[in-house]
Design a protein around this ligand. Sequence first.
Ligand code: FAD
Length: 548
Amino acid sequence: MAPYLDPKSVAGKIPVAEMHVPLIVVGAGSAGLAAALEAARAGVKTMLVDENPVAGALMGLDVPLHFGQRMNAAVQNKERLVERLVDSNPGLAEAFELGIEVQLGTYAWGAFLNGPTVRTLQKPMLGLADEDRSWMVSFEHLIVAAGARDLGLSFAGWEKPGVMGVAGAMALIRRYKAFDGRRLVILGSGAPALEMALAALEGGLTVAALVEIEASVRGPADLREKLARHGVPLMTRHAISQARGATEVASAVLVRLDDAGAPIPSSEVEIACDSIVTAIGLVPNVELLDVLGCRLHFRSELGGYVPVIDDAGRTTQGCVRAIGDCAGVFEAKVLHPELAVAEGRRAGLAAAAELGAVGADAATALRQAIPSSDFDSPAAIHPYWQEWLRIEIAVGGWEVHVCQCEDVSRGDLVELRPPSYLKWGSSQMRGRTLKTLAQDGPVNQDQVKRLTRAGMGPCQGRRCREQVQMLLASATGVPVDQIPLASYRAPIRPLPLSVLWPHEETEAMREHWDIWFGIPTQFTPHWEMDPVSPAVPGAKQPSTPSGK
Ligand SMILES: Cc1cc2nc3c(=O)[nH]c(=O)nc-3n(C[C@H](O)[C@H](O)[C@H](O)COP(=O)(O)OP(=O)(O)OC[C@H]3O[C@@H](n4cnc5c(N)ncnc54)[C@H](O)[C@@H]3O)c2cc1C
């Protein structure tokens, strides 16, 4: 007799890889490209994946960066974007020549290893998708070179089109040449802010002001002097109080700060601009590493949660390496991409040695020959970010949204209120406070997300995670490194369901809709259901589930 298969089990549903590649590199920036080239030169069959050019529709959702809806119609032309991408990244041409399987416009939306909750995979798998379909590729080694994203900082009006992050603005100006603004106000004055201002000036744009809460500009003197020569106003000891404009940004209102960082009453100045770029910080993209179960630890000097790695980028999941900005980002790295290149080359060689393409000794010698740059150790960055947030709260108050997607204000967050659009509250909810949560240990962002919905929207917390972390730290009086990372889940990019599963559901599944999705029987344990599967010969026919 044919064995009975429980239709609700994973039997027969193990994902099948479309192809197998010894080495996959996710991210074709300086680090990923260097790793892929090094491994391919050593003879390793390598796949290089990058989501750029990002689909125009996704850019509208501010994924992967905070693009601020400031892209012009050029982003609708995919061929042009690919051309721009290859022109702005000359190493890609060499990758094609070396026979690397380069997959552009392709998202790595998830990655899967056997572990405590999965034991059925023949090989580790990466989930990939483009605009039309999704597929799986299995691998021996994975190098994650996913770069960094923008740190969000909220102020009144920050949801208006025209407010964007520095990495998003740089991508639109330099990579895609598709930036749709003329006059910028830039928040922050570290290396990314100064580089941003120079890129804008090179592109013929006007920098109306650079805004810094501290008493002096933070970035390197040579960049500062260049900007001063261009006559860019450097507004130190200022903060932003709001972005004004009927539908889009039309001006930025700045407020002067005293020496203690307190806003000076009636000191507002309004500066006309169409774009406001937050260049206060960059955060390593650790989503894939987190879903893979690589151990992460908090290193403020590297931008927050980063993977635990060895000197060739190996994470605690032995077949996964992390390199470049996703392994840690700091000012010198923004100015010196050769740092990311060196990390990439070392990881590429180490992976090639583990795959048997180079002898271990030869690989070690080659790795040691890669020049290591000598930069001052970076300093912790969170005190600076926390000071910006503290000042923005002093300037803008508690009603400013911290999570734009779900309309959660700073006040809602620290009072643990569901967003006001839900018009929902209960005595049970009101009984929960950060104080009661803190009795169970450090306040957990995931729990706060369930209670307030902050971080549950389509940007998947990319704009609010760090602010939520810092707000929780200050509201509970614990150091920011004590607030655990909110977990990531695949898919780590918003994808249409039709891309993940392009088929109509089967008759059998339709028959059981109320079991899969219906509320009345959703929680019926499988042992209480009739053993039914039309796919299984000899199985009983379905009985009519209750409520039908
Ligand atoms: C303001 C500013 C100015 C800069 N100026 C320069 C400059 O002049 N020259 C220069 O070389 N560099 C510049 N950089 C980049 C900087 O030097 C980086 O630190 C360095 O390039 C690190 O590269 P990386 O490979 O780690 O990350 P990145 O170059 O950011 O590359 C990471 C890539 O991975 C892709 N990716 C991430 N997740 C996924 C996924 N799930 N699926 C598919 N693809 C994914 C990203 O889209 C991105 O293309 C600048 C950065 C900033 C913020």
